[in-house]
Write a protein that binds this ligand. Structure first.
Ligand code: 5GP
Ligand code: ZN
Length: 116
């Protein structure tokens, strides 16, 4: 599995940086975002280091996106949001700050919940 030594998400996968795990399997790791824009804000990442969706092959993408329903339902059950936004910021102009592909799952509670 390829990783990048200066990537914080690779360090999270390896356990060198602690994280609050939501889900893990052979290909994918999910954990609570440190910033918690809304309660239960979760990131899903491939275990293989790829910078963003532009550099992701179909196999990694299908492994990653296939886990979204399971993790979304776990968040729904745990946090009981009114809705959920799913997004992936791609390149700095669009807000990407960590260059290891990640999908944000943002539970929504009301119009003034801090997102959107
Ligand atoms: P981006 O801005 O690239 O779309 O999202 C990166 C996310 O990673 C941000 O929401 C930020 O809060 C989160 N993040 C950055 N460093 C850490 C960390 O060390 N631990 C966790 N759990 N989240 C982090
Ligand atoms: Zn990485």
């Amino acid at each position: 599995m390829s990783s990048s030594t200066d990537c914080i998400f690779c360090k999270i996968i390896q356990g060198d940086i602690p994280s609050a795990q939501v889900y893990e399997d052979e290909h994918v790791y999910a954990f609570l975002d440190i910033s918690q824009v809304t309660k239960g804000h979760t990131l899903i990442i491939p275990k293989q280091h790829v910078t963003n969706i532009y550099n992701t092959d179909a196999e990694i993408a299908s492994q990653l996106f296939a886990r979204v329903p399971t993790i979304a339902n776990a968040i729904k059950k745990a946090f009981k949001p009114a809705g959920l936004n799913i997004l992936s910021n791609t390149d700095a102009f669009a807000g990407q700050s960590v260059f290891h592909l990640h999908i944000h799952l943002l539970p929504r509670y009301d119009k003034n919940d801090g997102f959107g």
